[in-house]
Design a protein around this ligand. Structure first.
Ligand SMILES: [Zn+2]
Length: 307
């Protein structure tokens, strides 16, 4: 039974609901150290996906994360809503992801794992990832249903039909099995996603979800893939209004107003405590923690041995 713990590092402020330099600083000074300390305490290796913009601001931070035994991956170049990969043409996606990959690699050497900002990818993204030498993607959340609560949610309806277990992606459809060299390791979900936000906002429901997912993992050897953000592990002082990121009133109400109010629960050290409970729960049940690339090696070993 395998547990792939993943961290998305970006300068998005949950309280201000926008990208913010001050948030990036707090992530470096508080969010990241809290997570690294927790993982060290429980002797865990995980994968940290960094945006290119974050690395430009704080290049030395990723070296420190790598030194602690974690895998470094790419989280695209920018986390801005209007730079989402699934609305960009192929050439722009290639340029942005290549730029982000180079920024990261200047600091820590070759990287091979990818997660898209806001999990927004399309068929062109797979061709781009393959061309740039990535071998793992974790941007699909099979059977996660976001309703109108996130940007790009119409395209994310496809997740309902995606494979639950890891699979090599099809060049025409990120949710289908196919001939690419990109192993998709889907984020655990069953209606709701097993991620930091759900863990913080509705901890009791998340615990029920956890029990179901862990049962499935035991029966089908599907890895648990959890996603936390270091910006959930900080608390920013002050009163904030949700920024309006869209002219569509419907999207504004669901994706900005309701969502940003809910998302303020259990931020900071409380988030770290909740994550520690998750880690202990998994370790007590015999799960082995590993990085995305370690999982890929294991996947290949198992599949080669089965002929
Ligand atoms: Zn992100």
């Amino acid at each position: 039974m395998y547990y792939v713990l993943t961290n998305d590092v970006e300068q998005h402020s949950i309280q201000k609901n926008r990208l913010d330099d001050e948030t990036a600083r707090l992530v470096v000074e508080q969010g990241l150290p809290r997570l690294l300390h927790l993982y060290e305490k429980h002797n865990i290796a995980s994968t940290f996906f960094f945006t290119g913009e974050f690395v430009e601001k704080f290049p030395r931070v990723i070296t420190n994360v790598k030194k602690k035994g974690h895998e470094i991956g790419c989280h695209g170049y920018s986390h801005a809503v209007d730079k989402a990969l699934d609305i960009l043409p192929y050439e722009t996606q290639l340029r942005d992801i290549q730029k982000a990959k180079e920024l990261v690699e200047q600091e820590v050497g070759e990287i091979k794992s990818f997660r898209a900002p806001a999990l927004r990818i399309n068929r062109d993204t797979i061709t781009v990832l393959e061309k740039l030498g990535f071998t793992v993607d974790s941007s699909v959340a099979s059977q996660r249903f976001d309703g109108p609560f996130t940007f790009g949610s119409r395209r994310k309806l496809k997740w309902l039909l995606a494979h639950r277990r890891p699979y090599f992606m099809d060049f025409d459809d990120p949710c289908k099995r196919g001939g690419s060299n990109i192993l998709e390791i889907p984020i655990s979900a069953l209606g709701l996603a097993h991620i930091g936000t759900v863990m913080r906002v509705i901890p009791k429901i998340d615990h029920a979800l956890r029990q179901l997912l862990f049962y499935e993992s035991r029966v089908c050897s599907k890895p648990i893939v959890f996603n936390i953000h270091p910006n959930e592990c900080i608390y920013e002082e002050g009163i904030f209004q949700p920024a309006r990121r869209t002219s569509n009133l419907f999207s504004y109400f669901f994706a900005d107003v309701i969502r940003s109010n809910l998302k303020l629960r259990n931020l900071g050290e409380k988030a770290v405590d909740l994550l520690e409970r998750e880690i202990i729960y998994a370790q007590q049940r015999g799960f082995t923690f590993m990085t995305c690339q370690q999982y890929r090696e294991l996947y290949e070993d198992i599949h080669n041995n089965n002929g």
